[in-house]
Design a protein around this ligand. Structure first.
Ligand SMILES: [Zn+2]
Length: 284
């Protein structure tokens, strides 16, 4: 098993109605702990990376580390490049070894989003790389309108045409979700999710899953959403673990010990998400 195509993981998840945690990572530790959590629970997981952090860690280091670690475990692990908002970034991800990339043209007018996604999908096909796209704009949790303004949500009819025209393998949708901490507790539009799931032919992706109430995440899984992106909460778990370790454990200036000490907390965080998304432990 080990390193598996994101497309195959999501196809299986969609068919069996379970959710896959897509955990954002930035370094060796964040990759390792997410994969160890999946290995302990024996369920599929996706490790992903936001290219906005590529000054901190180059794409090729992340893709190499994640793919290499994935090959060494028995559970199916997908490796994915998150939000690439230009042709160049998405194709850089393909060049640097990501087996799956997201091209995000959701801020563009519809036709331009179609054109950009189609262009990336064409290159991705050549390299057998999977493509996630976004329609309807998933905005920022600190902007109230991005959460509550339904006119920004994904239009069902447009989504059907978008997938057909672009040939994307998965679609990120806007249904009341947003990125980062939320200024107001989100209220997902379940009717929209149901309609999208019935109409769209590819797996559906929910971005901004941090701090969405657990019952809402469970309902989104029940209604057929497949990939659940988690960044903010995972990085918060890391931060709190550092804080706790420094306050309560005497590591005597041991920086390496500090990194190692976060292991248990971060694995526990990911396991909690995995159990919420895939309680029956489905796996390929
Ligand atoms: Zn996102």
């Amino acid at each position: 098993m080990a390193l598996v195509k994101v497309k195959d993981i999501l196809k299986h998840a969609t068919e069996h109605k379970y959710g896959v945690a897509a955990i954002n990572t930035v370094n060796v530790e964040t990759i390792k702990y997410a994969i160890l959590a999946a290995e302990q629970e024996k369920v599929p997981l996706i490790v992903q990376f936001y290219p906005g952090f590529s000054d901190y860690m180059a794409l090729k280091y992340i893709s190499y580390t994640a793919c290499d670690m994935a090959r060494k475990v028995s559970v199916p692990i997908g490796v994915h490049l998150d939000h690439s908002n230009s042709f160049d970034i998405a194709v850089s991800g393909i060049r640097d070894g990501f087996p799956s990339v997201m091209v995000d043209g959701s801020s563009l007018p519809y036709d331009e989003n179609v054109a950009l996604t189609k262009a990336v999908a064409k290159v991705a096909r050549v390299f057998d790389v999977d493509v996630e796209a976004e329609l309807g704009h998933v905005g920022s949790g600190d902007n109230l309108d991005d959460i509550i303004d339904a006119s920004r949500y994904t239009n069902v009819e447009q989504a059907v045409g978008f997938v057909e025209k672009t040939g994307c393998d998965a679609l990120a949708v806007a249904v009341g979700n947003a990125h980062g901490p939320y200024v107001k507790t989100p209220n997902l539009d379940f009717q929209r999710i149901e309609e999208l799931r019935a109409a769209v032919s590819v797996p559906l992706v929910l971005h901004g899953c941090s701090d969405i109430p657990r019952e809402q995440i469970q309902e989104a899984v029940n209604l057929g959403m497949s990939k659940f992106n988690i960044a903010t909460e995972y990085f918060r778990a890391m931060y709190r673990s550092f804080e706790d370790t420094i306050a309560n454990h005497n590591l005597r200036d041991n920086g390496v010990g500090l990194l190692e000490a976060t292991k248990e907390d971060m694995i526990a965080f990911v396991i909690d998400k995995i159990r919420l998304l895939n309680p029956n432990k489905f796996s390929l």
